[in-house]
Design a protein around this ligand. Structure first.
Ligand code: PLP
Length: 392
């Protein structure tokens, strides 16, 4: 039978009807420990009471008004983001992809409004910035762009971690560099702090704008509100999405006043971006996550999980090779086929997410209880044993 849903996903057979914290429950009552969190979206787990309350309170009074009018919930969230970050200004979107589109437009407009012909944007191999025509051109991988050409021109792709290539590529003609401080889809590959600092210096030397894509690694995942904070540098433009809505579609572009200077009235817009419902939820997520006590708990939980994962890897060398990542954006580099590890997890009632480079991603709710971390390790251990016995 032909599916009425466009078959762009290879879907697992489970169908979930309810979520509670770090757990998802199927239509047949089976419980799965969710270490994917909707791919880093459900930052506070499923059905967090404070988020349900914020959403329902707002839903009772006003869902949508156009950006033709003042939106106090949007202003309040923008104020909060500006207060907590490098940024002077915020534009709200509905997704990370839309944030990418604006980041590209903003960088190019910055230069054109100065009357300079600088439009080249440097991006990195293994990157993922979304699925729009602009975002796939930015990422540039064969898998994503094949058949969709001609692509948006003006992107140059460099190997991940090749400093010489970066130094040679960045020039007075570069408009911007776009990079994930921790590559997510690319296989949980953190950019070392020294490299992010070096990149900032190169941008400063050449005038190129630094765009950070913190759609997956931001909003507390690394144990800081945003991943770049570890390196002690700030970007000119930053893309945010996923965790900021806690499951409600919400994204944002944060920028300095200087980087955003070209974006005058009429230069960009969105029908839904920054609507009262999304911003009411986003403000509650920010209130909970942008808190030193909460973030130090993310670090503690991340360290605890990682310690268990290191033991898991050591005990199953035929399945796993290494643990990657920081805080609660973790990856298991596999020896076995990562897709088989994910499947074995399904059989043991634990949800993980595949990534490139034969990595299995672990992106649990940032408030995952310690007992669920312990349970996750038990289930991952069983999944590994299951795979080993299948191979034997
Ligand atoms: N950028 C990064 C780093 C991502 O991980 C993603 C999604 O996985 C995106 C951008 C695109 O976000 P969205 O799927 O919300 O459009």
């Amino acid at each position: 039978m032909i599916s009425t849903v466009l078959p762009t996903y290879n879907r697992a057979p489970m169908s979930f009807v309810k979520g509670e914290g770090s757990w998802l429950i199927t239509d047949t009552g089976d419980r799965y420990l969710d270490l994917g969190a909707g791919i880093a979206v459900n930052a506070l787990g499923h059905a967090h009471p404070a988020l349900v309350q914020a959403l329902t309170d707002q839903a009772q009074v006003l869902w949508h008004v156009s950006n033709l009018y003042q939106i106090p919930q949007q202003q309040a969230l923008a104020d909060r983001l500006v207060e907590a970050t490098f940024a002077d200004t915020v534009f709200f979107t509905n997704s990370g992809t839309e944030a990418c589109e604006l980041a590209i437009k903003m960088a190019r407009k910055y230069w054109s409004s100065k009357g300079e012909d600088r439009h080249e944007i440097i991006a990195f191999e293994g990157a993922f910035h979304g699925r729009s025509t602009g975002a796939i051109a930015a990422a540039g991988s064969e898998k994503m762009v094949k058949g969709f050409g001609p692509l948006m021109p003006g992107f140059k792709h460099l190997p991940w971690g090749d400093h010489d290539a970066l130094r040679a590529a960045l020039s007075e003609r570069t408009a911007a560099v776009i990079v994930e401080p921790v590559q997510g889809e690319g296989g949980i590959r953190p950019m070392p702090d020294a490299c992010l600092k070096g990149l900032r210096d190169l941008c400063d030397d050449t005038g190129a704008l630094m765009i950070l894509d913190e759609v997956q690694c931001g909003m507390g995942r690394t144990g800081r509100l945003f991943a770049h904070e570890w390196a002690g540098v700030t970007p000119d433009i930053m893309m945010v999405a996923k965790g900021i809505g806690g499951g409600f579609p919400l994204g944002a572009v944060l920028a300095t006043e200087n980087a955003a200077a070209g974006m005058v009235a009429g230069s960009h817009g969105s029908t839904y971006g920054g609507n009262p419902l999304a911003c009411a939820v986003g403000a509650k997520v920010m209130e909970i996550v942008a808190d030193d006590g909460f973030l130090s708990e993310v670090l503690r939980k991340g360290a605890r999980f990682r310690q268990g994962l290191e033991a898991l890897v050591a005990g199953h060398p035929a399945v796993f090779q290494a643990v990657r990542g920081q805080g609660l954006i973790l990856g298991l580099k596999c020896v076995a086929v990562s897709a088989d590890v994910v499947k074995a997890g399904y059989a043991e009632g634990v949800l993980t997410v595949g990534a490139a480079d034969n990595v299995v991603r672990l992106l649990p709710a940032l408030n995952i209880p310690d007992e669920d971390i312990a349970e996750a390790l038990i289930r991952l251990e069983r999944a590994a044993t299951r795979l080993e016995s299948q191979a034997a």
